[in-house]
Design a protein around this ligand. Structure first.
Ligand SMILES: [Zn+2]
Length: 56
């Protein structure tokens, strides 16, 4: 089974990363950048974060 991964911001470490659809050209099937909701960091690539420890 595949592990569930979350996108993690490399800048602030937040996992509150969502697709940035603020520019309509990104919504037509071309690569859509992701944006960190915490610090505003935007990139096409965010490292995936796999939770391996218990949530506390
Ligand atoms: Zn961030």
């Amino acid at each position: 089974m595949a592990k569930k991964g979350k996108l993690k911001c490399p800048k602030c470490g937040s996992t509150d990363v969502k697709r940035d659809l603020s520019n309509p050209i990104w919504g037509i099937g071309i690569a859509t950048p992701y944006k960190c909701q915490d610090c505003g960091y935007r990139s096409f690539f965010f490292p995936k974060y796999y939770k391996e420890e218990k949530e506390e």
